[in-house]
Design a protein around this ligand. Sequence first.
Ligand code: ADP
Ligand code: MG
Length: 398
Amino acid sequence: MQASGAEIHSALISRVTARFRERFGAAPEVVAVAPGRANIIGEHTDYNGGFVLPFAVDRAVAVALARTPGRGFALESLDFSDELTGDLPASQAPLPIRRDWAGYVAGILNELAVGGHALEGFRGVVAGEVPIGSGLSSSAAFEVAVVSALDLAFGLGLPPWDKVRLCQATENHWFGVRSGLMDQFASVFGQPGAALFLDNTTLAWRAIPLQVPDLEWLVLDSGVPRTLAASGYNTRRGECERAVGLLNQVRHPIRLLSEIRPDQLGAALGLLPDVESRRARHVVEENARVLAAVGALVVGDACWLGSLLDESHRSLRDAYEVSLPELDFLAETARALEGVVGVRLMGAGFGGSMIVAARAGAVERVIPALVEPYRQRFGRVVGGFRVAPSRGAYTLRP
Ligand code: ADP
Ligand code: MG
């Protein structure tokens, strides 16, 4: 299955434009749509300068927006039944950051002000269909949609990579989440029917057609709240930085763990304490798995691809230590089902989602087969849905 044009988002676009008309008595000037993302493989590699292989999914966030005179702005969130109002920030006087959806908007406006981009007042409505907090990066979709709408409405002319960086900076500087570039990159650059291979050191990327016959993608939501995800994520980043620092004290002049070549890994690991050594091993081996996964996709080998996903999960469990018993149980149980070729946790870990690669026809059976054993073992509800590789962010003038 593959999804291409705006038609897959028509209900969402209608929702934000209809609400805009109702609320403000006029049509919006622009609508921006930005998707969430799944990641086939390459986890916790982006901030280590490594490789990732995400795709934009067929679920998005949409913003309908129009300029208004003056410096006031108003943005209504349909999903949070809330409205953010205020005056645009000056570069020396940033807006305060609320720790909720409105904080991302304030962060974006602050970043634009710091970057010297001249905005005027605006009003808008935002709504989304990317599940929040379940590992499809609704936050990136939301940020990219808001930035894309502002970009078109005010003629900012932001190049695609500037949008990616601005959204990342919003999370890094204003939210204190030290996320890498992958989520915003996939939301901006997504292509229908393709995964995106990205080298996070050089930022070189290319689309890899997902043309393995009969292969479909399912995202499982473990239902485990990711309460530890943000702190665990920042801890892992710190451990990787410590590993780099320790290696540099000895003899490896590197900036990021991904600069360690596979043939140098054994020697490098021997120089590190246990924890740092396991983190470094995951990063270097995961990068190799991403390259192998590209090879598996190019030759259309679903079994090879699936075994790489399984290995990735084991490495995230044992070496990177970001899994949980719930995620391991789901991985093992799903993997044993007929037609499932590979399963791994996706995203930061410590709860959240898993990605499942399965043969067409098997996908429908996965969640029904997991519900009862998962409930019995953990008392939790597993959910999920199919995702299709889809286009990246786009804008319309309705
Ligand atoms: P995720 O894994 O989904 O990115 P995060 O906690 O990083 O989880 O981001 C979720 C946050 O992104 C939400 O709590 C909200 O602040 C913002 N967000 C996502 N989707 C929307 C939306 N449709 N409308 C408003 N805010 C949104
Ligand atoms: Mg997020």
